[in-house]
Design a protein around this ligand. Structure first.
Ligand SMILES: O=c1nc[nH]c2c1ncn2[C@H]1C[C@H](O)[C@@H](COP(=O)(O)OP(=O)(O)OP(=O)(O)O)O1
Ligand SMILES: [Mg+2]
Length: 199
C-alpha cells in the first residue's frame, strides 16, 4: 500500500467546520500540509453509499480526482442502539437542508421516546484516496450513552448529547484535545497515521 511521505500536501475533503478544526489539531504534529476542499472550491459530492466507508471513498475520490492531490475524507455519524443504529450515515441529513444540529438532536430524542436503552456510539471512516483511484480506509468508534438535555458548548454536531463510556462529561463539555484523545475520529486518525503515513 502506498504511503504519504513526510512533507506531502493533501486535500482535506470535508466541508464540516467542526471536523476541519479537529483535523487541523490532529495534523499539527505531522509533517503533512493540508488544503481544504472549500479553499479549492471543490463541489460536495452526493453521499450515495449506505456505509461510512463507502461514503468516505466517494468523498475522497472526488476530491483527489478534481485536485490531482491525495485526499483525506471523513464520513461519520451517530448510531443510537434503541434506534437500530440510526441516524448512522444519515446523521447530517437528520438536520434538514441546513444541517441544523439542534433539530437533529431533538429528532433523535423524540424518536427514542421513553426507552431506557441509552447506548450510542460515534463512528468515523477515514479514506485516503490518490488521484489514480487507489484508496485505503480505516474506521474508529467511540461507545457511550445518550444524554438529555444536551450539555456543553464545545465541539459540534451531536456532541452535546453524547457521554463517552467512563466519563461524566459530554463531548461538548470537553476541550478539543480531550475529545480527540478518545473520539472515533481521533482513533481513526491514529490508524491513518500508522497505516498511511511514512514514519
Ligand atoms: O465528532 C462528532 N461529534 C458530533 N457529531 C459528529 C461527529 N462526527 C460526526 N458527527 C455528525 C455530524 C454530522 O451530522 C454527521 C457527519 O456527516 P458527514 O456527511 O460525515 O459530514 P458533513 O456532511 O457534516 O461534512 P462532510 O461530508 O463535508 O465531511 O455526523
Ligand atoms: Mg456529508
Amino acid at each position: 500500500m502506498r504511503r504519504l511521505s513526510r512533507g506531502s500536501k493533501i486535500v482535506l475533503a470535508s466541508h464540516n467546520a467542526g471536523k476541519l478544526r479537529e483535523f487541523s489539531t490532529l495534523l499539527a504534529e505531522s509533517d503533512i500540509t493540508v488544503v481544504s476542499a472549500g479553499e479549492l472550491n471543490l463541489p460536495e459530492p452526493e453521499e450515495t453509499a449506505d456505509t461510512f466507508v463507502g461514503n468516505s471513498e466517494i468523498k475522497a475520490l472526488a476530491a483527489a480526482r478534481a485536485s490531482g492531490l491525495p485526499a483525506l475524507a471523513d464520513d461519520s455519524g451517530f448510531c443510537v442502539s434503541a434506534l437500530d443504529g440510526q441516524p448512522g450515515v444519515y446523521s447530517a441529513r437528520w438536520g434538514g437542508p441546513t444541517k441544523d444540529m439542534t433539530v437533529a438532536m431533538e429528532r433523535v430524542h423524540r424518536k427514542m421516546g421513553e426507552t431506557t436503552d441509552h447506548g450510542a456510539s460515534f463512528v468515523a471512516a477515514l479514506c485516503l484516496a490518490w488521484p489514480d483511484g487507489e484508496t485505503h480506509s480505516v474506521v474508529g468508534e467511540c461507545h457511550g450513552q445518550t444524554v438529555w438535555p444536551p450539555r456543553g458548548e464545545h465541539g459540534h454536531g451531536y456532541d452535546p448529547m453524547f457521554r463517552p463510556e467512563g466519563e461524566t462529561r459530554t463531548f461538548a463539555e470537553m476541550d478539543e484535545s480531550e475529545k480527540n484523545a478518545i473520539s472515533h475520529r481521533g482513533r481513526a486518525f491514529a490508524l491513518f497515521l500508522k497505516e498511511c503515513v511514512e514514519n
